[in-house]
Write a protein that binds this ligand. Sequence first.
Ligand code: HEM
Length: 208
Amino acid sequence: MKRSPRDLKRYTASERANHWVVAISFVLLALSGLAFFHPAFFPLTQLFGGGPWTRILHPYIGVVMALAFILMVIRFWRLNIMEARDRQWLKEAPQLVTKDHHVMPEQGKYNGGQKLLFWLLVASMLGLTVSGVLMWRAWWNLPIELVRASVVLHAVSAFALLGLILLHVYAAIWTRGTFRAMVYGTVNRAWAKYHHPLWYRKMTGEEK
Ligand code: HEM
C-alpha cells in the first residue's frame, strides 16, 4: 500500500480505534450468538471457553459494542444526514452497475448508500441492544411474554445487522483504496476525487 505526504486525512486515530472496537466486538458477538442460535454452530463455543462461558461473556461483549457504537454515532451522525444529492444518488444507484460512474451525482464525505447503511445500522443496533438487555436474565427476570418477544426481536435484528455488515465489508474491500482509510486514516487524492469529489474539493480547496 503506497502512502504519500499528499494523502488526505479521513479518520483520526481515536475514530479508527472506536470503529475497530465495534468491529471486533461484532465478530465475537456474531460467533457466540450463532452458537446459541443453532446446534450446528455450537462448536463455536470452544472459542470462548465452552458453553457456559460463551453464555456469560456474550452479553458483556454486547455492552462493549453498544457503548462503543453510541460513541461512534455521536461522532458520525451529522455527516450522515441525507441531502437532496444523496436521495438522487440512491435513485440512480442501479446505473452504477449498468453505466459509467460519472452519471452519478457528486458526493460529499459519504455517498447516499453509505448514509442509508449508517441509519439502518443504527436501527438494527437499537433493536439488538434493547432486546438483549430485556432478555438478560442473569440480572433481572422480566415477564416471560416480554422475554419471548425480545428473543424474536434479537434474532431478527442480529440477522439484519449481519447482512448489513457483510455489505459494508464487501463495499470496503471492493471499492479499492477504501480499507486503508480505517487502517492508516488516510486516502489518496485520486480515490477522493473519484468517489467523493465534493469532499475532495473541501479538503484541498481546489476549484472544480
Ligand atoms: C467487521 C469488519 C469491518 C470492516 C472491514 C469495516 C471497514 C470500514 C471502512 C474501510 C470504513 C471507511 C469507509 C469510508 O471512509 O468511506 C468504515 C467506516 C464505517 N464503519 Fe466499518 N467496518 C467493519 C465493521 C463495522 C461495524 C461492525 C460497524 C457498526 C456496526 C461499522 C460501522 C462503520 C461506520 C459507522 C463507518 C463510518 C461511515 C459512516 O459514518 O457512514 N463498521 N468501515
